[in-house]
Design a protein around this ligand. Structure first.
Ligand SMILES: *Cc1c(COP(=O)(O)O)cnc(C)c1O
Length: 486
């Protein structure tokens, strides 16, 4: 049975339930499986399996300490009628290019796929561990994680969730979604700072001794809904298999045929899930890591140097405005052939010097990856061209990836990470229309493109604003303690 170990090698191995409850390992590392599990399926099976059935195969392999009937139940709840498409992640096909539409869930970004499942997994893990405490989720968000995490955890008994979002950079709709979140157990704060600062502050708090004393005293188990939590990563592996199954079903590929995968990337969770899928049997020929103007990863994959010492840019694909991609640490672990000493050193370099150099032999291990980046102007142009040529509307994040795609001989899954309606102002601008805010923006986009406003958004602007507080990074600890205190 697989267990989970820290990428930094200085924390004991834990079960998958424990890894989900803890989020981050005590040594600051990220949990990774100590061996690749074997999925109980063949590629030829995929075309006749439902999304939920594929999910069962992936979840049971990666979460072997959970009871199978519990996982069935969790999957039934996570992938039910809250999804606006029966296939959960349908494909939109244009020749060899297949958009994997990951945005049909409640908050209309791909993060719903994992965050509809995570609360179920956390509850099961707590039951398994005999944990009677309240569970508190603390999450930094670049916009979409916060809304999706709250949609998942809202009013779940014995849980609380606090979300920190950067005041600048998120879209009008994301702000409305967060500030109007009705769940009684939700706490939302705008932060003077960018996403990196929010993420760093949360990571620091997670390893702050004084904060741990507070949690101990209040009998609170802290966890994370960020993609550092394996409970987020594992549900994301499923959709790459599901997309592959649809390609077989459509007759585009034969079982076993290799595909390419292109992912608009921020914290590297989505890309890492694709890599994990390839390690447990999905035939992938090449991965393309697509960044916006915050192009740290492009330089990393092209030059072998990760250097976060550069200006943080607020772009029109804000969910990817990140300079420290947390999940890359998990890829480094495999690229260094599971050498936690090297990973620890690289992470220390990043912390102390703001950069690290990947050893040459590890660069060779990453030769299936290439990387590129897309400017904000090209994002707008790509949205316009894609709409003009294919009559297909894409959001700015998907456009970052689309701009880097060129048709080749292989079928390609391109992760389409958000609904264009979630970034209506940018999409309107791209189409040469006035970027009106609020409900009017949704209506304008609908009229301009003869598409319907998604039902998830129909009443969004009628919800009252409940969360207005804006804080500085210095105030995070006190604010979160006040929120979590009984
Ligand atoms: C979060 C997000 C991304 C980046 O995904 P990572 O897993 O953090 O790399 C891309 N697009 C959208 C719309 C997102 O919400």
């Amino acid at each position: 049975m697989i267990s989970y170990i820290s990428t930094r090698g200085n924390s004991p191995a834990v079960s998958s339930a424990q890894a989900i409850l803890k989020g981050l390992a005590d040594d600051g590392g990220l949990y990774v499986p100590d061996a690749w599990p074997t999925l109980d399926l063949t590629l030829a099976d995929l075309k006749s399996l439902s999304y939920q059935e594929i999910a069962v195969k992936v979840f049971t392999a990666f979460l072997p300490d959970f009871a199978e009937e519990d996982l069935h139940e969790a999957i039934r709840k996570a992938y039910g009628s809250q999804w606006q498409n029966e296939q959960i992640v349908p494909l939109a096909d244009f020749g060899h290019l297949h958009y994997l539409e990951l945005f049909h869930g409640p908050t209309m970004a791909f993060k719903d796929v994992a965050l509809q499942a995570l609360p179920q997994l956390v509850k099961l893990a707590a039951k398994k561990e005999g944990l009677d405490k309240e569970i508190a989720i603390l999450t930094a968000t670049s916009g979409d994680t916060g809304t999706a995490a709250m949609a998942g955890f809202a009013d779940v008994p014995k849980t609380k969730i606090a979300v920190l979002y950067p005041k600048k950079g998120i879209s009008d709709i994301q702000r409305q979604q967060m500030q109007s979140e009705p769940g009684k157990n939700t706490y939302v704060y705008g932060l003077e700072g960018n996403f990196d600062q929010a993420q760093r502050a949360v990571k620091e708090l997670l390893s702050d001794a004084d904060f741990h004393d507070f949690l101990e005293k209040e009998q609170i188990q802290l966890s994370s809904a960020n993609s550092i939590n394996i409970g987020r990563l594992i549900p994301q592996i499923v959709y790459y298999f599901a997309g592959y199954g649809q390609l077989i079903a459509k007759g585009d590929i034969a079982p076993g045929e290799a595909i390419d995968i292109v992912v608009p990337t921020g914290n590297f969770g989505n890309m890492l899930a694709a890599y994990y899928a390839s390690q447990v049997g999905l035939p992938v020929h090449h991965f393309t890591v697509a960044s916006n103007e915050n192009n740290v990863l492009t330089d990393f994959f092209n030059q072998g140097v990760y250097d976060r010492r550069r200006d943080f840019k607020v772009t029109n694909a804000p969910a990817m405005d990140i300079l420290v991609s947390s999940n890359l640490e998990r890829l480094l672990y495999f690229a260094t052939n599971r050498n936690s000493d090297v990973v620890r050193q690289l992470m220390t370099d990043l912390q102390e010097k703001g950069q690290y150099h990947l050893p040459a032999e590890s660069r060779t291990a990453l030769q299936d990856f290439s990387a590129g980046w897309t400017s904000q102007e090209t994002v707008l142009q790509t949205i316009q061209e894609t709409y003009g040529k294919d009559h297909y509307l894409i959001d700015p994040h998907t456009a970052v990836a689309k701009a880097l795609y060129s048709e080749g001989s292989r079928h390609t899954l391109l992760a389409s990470t958000a609904s264009p309606y979630k970034f209506a102002q940018t999409v309107l601008t791209a189409l040469g229309k006035e970027a009106v805010a609020g409900q009017a923006g949704l209506v304008a986009l609908s009229e301009a493109t003869k598409t319907t406003i998604p039902v998830q958004m129909a009443n969004l602007y009628e919800r009252p604003i409940r969360h207005r507080q804006v804080i500085t990074t210095d105030q995070i600890k006190a604010t979160i303690q006040a929120a979590f205190k009984h």
